[in-house]
Write a protein that binds this ligand. Structure first.
Ligand SMILES: [Zn+2]
Length: 138
């Protein structure tokens, strides 16, 4: 696993940004994956993240102020993706160049992984990676 993919069975990887499961060796899978990232760069949000935000939003809208975990099959990975997307939307608002999309997301995943694990060295390393983007709210 690097910061952006999780190896699944039979060579299939899951992209931590868009959530797509695909076979990197297949040209059509890579095309589909690039298309997903183009959509995100243009403002799209992955399905699980939209559902996560809606689920939390509805719980709070219904006055379930103590609804810490709204209904849904939320994995830690979806939670991490939601946090990373919150950072990404802020970076987009502050004009981050689109070519920085994947390196920025990789650095944010490294940061979120480090915080969740509580590994002080990993946190310092992630902070160092994020210093590349001080003006986008890294
Ligand atoms: Zn992806």
């Amino acid at each position: 696993m690097n910061n952006l993919t999780i190896l699944k069975a039979n060579g299939i990887v899951e992209c931590r940004i868009c959530g797509l499961n695909f076979l990197p060796e297949l040209a059509e899978d890579n095309e589909r994956h690039e298309h997903e990232h183009r959509k995100i760069i243009c403002g799209s949000v992955p399905y699980e993240i939209r559902e996560f935000l809606k689920s939390f939003g509805w719980a709070i809208a219904h006055g379930e102020a103590n609804a810490n975990v709204p209904r849904g099959h939320w994995t830690p990975e979806i939670g991490k993706r939601a946090v990373v997307f919150a950072y990404w939307t802020r970076a987009v608002s502050n004009g981050i160049p689109e070519n920085d999309f994947e390196p920025y997301m990789a650095a944010q995943f490294a940061f979120v992984d480090a915080i969740v694990s509580g590994d002080e060295i990993a946190i310092k390393n992630a902070d160092y990676l994020l210093e590349r983007w001080p003006k986008y709210g890294g």
